[in-house]
Design a binder for this molecule. Structure first.
Ligand code: SAM
Length: 230
């Protein structure tokens, strides 16, 4: 349990309810059930935040369904960032009219506006151009997890944003943790999947000590989330 008003910034990448295989969590819930669960995440985020910013990834259709949930929780909409990964897979073009080579990232605020940081050399464009990690890349750009985001993208976001304590509810391979730590911020993170927690610990462990406790047992509908455990 994260204490009330203990977090300065949330940077997170929730499951999109798109049928990804995360090992444990059910990523194909009926829409109403997913939204109920998501409402819990937005309310929890408001409870744990002090004054500060939230960055949360979503899909294009979710832009219309998820924004109201964050606003109902008490946050105010600030901006829409675009992660443009020009190397997004081509197979998406087969299923849709256009190749969706970007993902939206909402920016919300709890409380009063805080000045952003002029974090040169990161630029201030709301379009974040960073290649999607791939299995044949080297170093931290190599894809080691099912839906891994680029480290440099999270570094650009966190470097520009005020707040010492960063939270990620869905750490996956720990990319947000790595970015936060590389910039001297404190980090706390969770994931349902023990393999992800282990992987994140390995990736972050080289530079710092970090605790990523297995979370989620207090989440509503937890039995349903875990329904496809083999
Ligand atoms: C999109 S991935 C995060 C990827 C991460 N940004 C990265 O760069 O590796 C979402 C993560 O959420 C986890 N997850 C799914 N449902 C969850 C839940 N209800 N509570 C906590 N974690 C959950 C999955 O195991 C998965 O690791």
């Amino acid at each position: 349990m994260v204490p009330d008003e203990s977090i300065d910034m949330i940077v997170t990448d929730p499951p999109y309810n798109a049928g990804k295989h995360y090992g444990l969590a059910n990523d194909r819930l009926p829409e109403a059930e997913y939204l109920d669960w998501y409402r819990w995440i937005s309310r929890e985020s408001y409870r744990v935040m002090r004054n500060g910013y939230v960055y949360v990834s979503c899909t294009v259709p979710q832009l219309w369904t998820l924004r109201p949930l964050w606003e109902e929780a008490g946050f105010s909409f600030q901006c829409l960032l675009i992660w443009h990964g020009a190397n997004y897979p081509n197979k998406a073009a087969v299923r849709s009219q256009w190749r969706l080579c970007f993902e939206p990232i909402f920016m919300f605020l709890k409380g009063a506006k805080l000045p952003m940081i002029n974090a040169f050399p990161f630029n201030t464009d709301a379009v974040l151009e960073y290649p999607r990690p791939q299995r044949n890349y080297r170093g931290h750009k190599r894809r080691v997890y099912v839906v891994q985001k680029p480290l440099e993208m999270y570094q650009a976001i966190i470097a520009r944003t005020p707040g010492q304590v960063v939270l990620d509810w869905f750490v996956g391979s720990g990319t947000v943790a790595m970015a936060a730590k590389s910039l001297g911020r404190d980090f706390i993170g969770f994931d349902l999947n023990p393999a992800a927690v282990e992987l994140a610990r390995q990736r972050v462990g080289e530079t710092c000590r970090i605790e990523l406790p297995l979370a989620g047992f207090e989440q509503p509908g937890f039995d349903r989330l875990m329904a496809n455990v083999l």
